[in-house]
Write a protein that binds this ligand. Structure first.
Ligand SMILES: [Cu+2]
Length: 433
């Protein structure tokens, strides 16, 4: 296993240009399209939101992005914003101040409209869900994963126009790849882009030739070409795979995915170790699509749905360019691993966890408080503005016994969240069953 895998290097296929020709002007002129995240709302915390439209800073994440819905025009197809009067009528908990056609009332109406979209399951109405388990093919004991690298149209939410994005197997995030410590892994990437690329397995200890950095460990993978990465998965834990070529653009447009290596010792896996029944991957980004969780911005983010008493694991993975402090309402998070490495006796408990670019943090959550709990980045410009919540927001819905027993009697919030599905994936290793 070591560095003798160079035979796999830069295997052109089809009509691929030679690797050495890959970085020239054939690089595709795919335009980066500016994209505006949707306005959002307050699910639980709406009543606590101060309505101060003038206070929104003119803050930008990059040249193509306007982070707040503040200046965003209503997208085509957007529902008409309710009038101030309609908003007032719809509000059961009207503020004590006399209602008027003030910006505050617009805020309330807009905030409610976006929450209603979330509760209506907007995320499930969109095609191209990422983060789906990828089944390997077994060849002589090697787990073989085949992926394409594609130009795609991707919807951040249900109302904004699709963006010119990139995806592994045409999804953003790419498929979730799960293997077991010690597995021999062969990942074959076919580049369907009009530009060259290279794929890095972030966090894995692998032979240098497999490290996926063009011009350092390999030639770029040219348009139409392929590259086979082969290594033994020797680093358990939560890891990632992503482009390492023109990465600000390529990762920012969606070339990112989860690579999870389950410990060989079953007793160390989260289902055994903590009794976790859901294993949730949460990949954040903050470039082309604005502030996203698994390629979607609120209200198209997927809620996490759990039963009262259930224990879940969330694996935060930051593929963006800035730190995001994830904050869960109602329950603490028990932080058990960083970058795949167990914290052991240094594990700690918190309710707000900063995750820097490139980092992975695994947390265990005991779902012991029923209700719909906001779960969001606490850099407020990434989550909530004068039109309500947007971007890096979702909810952890903990169903109580009544809701679990009878969906007909479940609260509207629980029922809607349940119908919206969940980011959850039951602990399962493809190829193992
Ligand atoms: Cu953030």
């Amino acid at each position: 296993m070591h560095n003798d895998r160079s035979a796999h290097s830069a295997v052109p296929s089809g009509h691929a240009t030679p690797p050495g020709d890959a970085t020239d002007s054939s690089r595709n002129p795919l335009s980066r399209r500016g994209f505006l995240r949707s306005a959002g709302t307050g699910l639980v915390a709406v009543a606590a939101v101060a309505c101060a439209p003038a206070a929104v800073p003119s803050w930008r994440t990059g040249p193509t992005l306007a982070p707040s819905g503040a200046a965003a025009p209503s997208p085509p197809g957007a529902p008409a914003v309710p009038s101030a009067a309609a908003s007032h009528d719809a509000h059961s908990a009207a503020p004590s101040a006399a209602p008027s056609a003030s910006p505050a009332m617009d805020h309330d109406a807009n905030a409610k409209a976006v929450v209603d979209r979330f509760l209506g399951g907007e995320g499930t109405s969109l095609d191209g869900a990422g983060n789906q388990p990828l089944e390997p093919r077994i060849e002589n004991g090697v787990k073989v994963f085949e992926l394409t690298i594609d130009e795609i149209k991707h919807q951040i939410d249900g109302q904004r126009a699709p963006v010119d994005a990139l995806g592994f197997n045409a999804t953003w995030p790419g498929p979730r790849i799960t293997v077991v410590e010690g597995d021999r892994v062969r990942a074959i990437f076919k580049n369907n882009l009009h530009e060259s690329t290279g794929i890095h397995f972030h966090g894995q200890r692998i032979p240098n030739a497999m490290d996926g950095v063009p011009h350092v460990t390999q030639d770029p993978i040219p348009p139409g070409g392929s590259f086979t990465y082969e290594f033994t998965a020797r680093t358990p834990g939560s890891h990632m795979y992503h482009s390492h070529h023109n990465a600000t653009d390529q990762v920012g447009r969606g070339l990112l995915g989860a690579f999870i290596v389950e410990p060989r010792d079953r007793a160390k896996r989260y289902d055994r170790l903590y009794g976790a029944t859901q294993d949730i991957v949460w990949i954040s980004n903050d470039a082309l699509g604005g502030f996203t969780i698994n390629g979607r911005g609120f209200p198209a983010t997927a809620p996490i749905v759990a039963s009262l008493g259930e224990t879940i694991v969330v694996r935060f993975m930051n593929e963006g360019n800035m730190m995001h402090p994830w904050h869960l309402h109602g329950m603490p998070m028990h932080v058990v691993a960083r970058d795949g490495y167990p914290l052991g006796s240094a594990a700690f408990t918190c309710d707000t966890l900063g995750v820097n670019p490139g980092e992975r943090w695994d947390v265990v959550i005991r779902c012991d408080e029923p209700g719909a709990w906001a779960f969001h980045c606490h850099i407020l410009q990434h989550a909530e503005g004068p039109d309500g919540m947007f971007g890096m927001v979702t909810a952890l819905v903990v169903k109580d016994a009544t809701a679990a027993a009878d969906s007909e009697t479940a609260s509207p919030v629980v029922a809607a969240a349940r119908s919206a599905g969940s980011t959850a994936l039951i602990c399962r290793i493809p190829g193992i069953g």
